[in-house]
Design a protein around this ligand. Sequence first.
Ligand code: ADP
Ligand code: MG
Length: 394
Amino acid sequence: MNLLEYVAKEILAREGVPVPQFGVASSPDEAFDVAVKLNKTPLVVKAQIAAGGRGKGRFADGYEGGVKICKTTEEVREVAAKMLGGILVTAQTGPVGQPVRKVIVTESVNIVEEIYLSLTYSYSEAAIWVMGSRLGGVEIERIALENPQAFVKKTFLLDQPLWDFQLREFGAQLGFKSKSLVDFSKILKSLLQAFIKHDATLCEINPLAIDRENRFWALDAKISIDDNSLFRHDGLSTYRFETVYDSQELEALSHGVNYVGLDGQIGCLVNGAGLAMATMDILDRFGGRPANFLDVGGGADQNQVEKAFRVLLSHPNLKVILINIFGGIMRCDLIAEAIVEATKKQPLHVPLVIRLEGTRVKEGKEILEKSSLQYVFAEDLEEAAKKAVNLVEK
Ligand code: ADP
Ligand code: MG
């Protein structure tokens, strides 16, 4: 799960990273109130979306820039009015862009230099991979391509203590000296601690600015949290819906269904993530395109199957539904019953292909046959994929 900048900044500020004062607003009037409270100009208004490249982004209506400097509080209100409710398209959002529901209003920093600093996992080394560059800012992607030697890299092992000398070594490699080196090392330590404490998979500050008084400021912040750890981060779960923009994904999330929306026409309902991926692969092999990834899990019941159907059926491109169940822990008779009951409540407007295999498959088939459900049966996955693709073409 990706956190919006304002949540990431709240986390970083709590960990002791210097963050310029800011407030969050959902309406132009709220933005104005924040500006008045900050009592300082100029101020910066920043669109909150779960993607970078906002500074160089453009709104769907042509308005330029998701990061704007404002000279007056009145201008803050005007800029917020332009951004809120708009769709911001950046190099990272893809052409559809992302809707702006919140902005932050923050102090403007007199930037002398912009540093890039990021933490991610190195899975092969079971360590945190830290990357830094003195050439941070909005051109960082181009610099990474053209000038990779401008980056300093170092891994920090998770099961070892964090020694100050290691932090200073990294700062020194970036060319910091005396007080700047001490300040930078402290920030890096806070980031490493925040990363571990919040089960992050990414923590990026770009830019970490240096102002005229040689002070560091985190002007931007991006944090991704490992979804599997959310059970122990109660406070963060509330932000889960903020960065899901696909309406089917949002519905799936609210029903606890493991769903990723795609742009094909064959809706897939599968048990098990591995089987779901194999199903997508084999569809692709026969020239079909999945409309989604959907894993109902090992112990799906009628309620979950019903919810899964609801999400599938709302996909705008849907032409066929393919159910591929391999009953291991899951019993085929229970899933067959769930399909029959769920489709009674949610009438299907597209053909349905079913492949059932495994525990109590005979009983499952009987339930399907006795029901009034219209479906095409397939004995194996290959046959199921071919039939689904044929139905799309018909
Ligand atoms: P993005 O990475 O999405 O483009 P940033 O928050 O990094 O958004 O902002 C883009 C650029 O805007 C920064 O590189 C910085 O130059 C400038 N900027 C951002 N926040 C501030 C601020 N509070 N004060 C001054 N300049 C800022
Ligand atoms: Mg940035």
